[in-house]
Design a protein around this ligand. Structure first.
Ligand SMILES: [Ca+2]
Ligand SMILES: [Ca+2]
Length: 147
């Protein structure tokens, strides 16, 4: 998802906060200082990993273009998290309706979980979701389950 001009302006501000010495790049100590200020205490290794994940030109520092990409990636994954398509598809596959109506049976859920060899604790999920023990899960409950 492309960033808007507003996003880029916001990134520039954030970048400048990180870039304490105004060198135009964020180095390891600047990243660490900023994260510390945010109440996080990453180890040297974690800092190194964060930088190397985005450091396309292997300069050991984060340039603005690399910083933008981090924000862009975060935006993408946030957009994906909001995207319900997968949840609805799964709901339909289990016997619900595409318009989020209908219910799926917990028996079906158990069977599918087993078929796919999923390691989730489906009994626990069902107990937590189907609190009235009706053996049926509606879309809202299913979505909660997938969250
Ligand atoms: Ca700097
Ligand atoms: Ca770099």
């Amino acid at each position: 998802m492309p960033l808007s001009q507003d996003d880029i302006n916001g990134c520039r501000e954030a970048f400048n906060k990180f870039d304490k010495d105004g060198s135009g790049t964020i180095d390891a100590s600047e990243l660490k200082a900023t994260l510390n200020a945010m109440g996080q205490s990453p180890t040297e290794e974690e800092i190194f990993q964060m930088i190397s994940q985005v450091d396309d030109d292997n300069s050991g520092e984060i340039e603005f273009a690399e910083f933008l990409k981090v924000i862009e990636n975060q935006k993408d994954s946030a957009a994906k998290a909001n995207d319900e398509t997968d949840t609805i598809e799964a709901f339909v596959a289990l016997g619900g309706n595409g318009d989020k109506t209908g219910e799926i049976s917990t028996d079906k859920l158990r069977a599918v979980t087993k078929d796919f060899g999923l390691t989730i604790d489906i009994e626990k999920l069902i107990r937590e979701t189907d609190t009235d023990g009706s053996g049926k899960v509606d879309y809202a409950e299913f979505k909660e389950m997938m969250a």
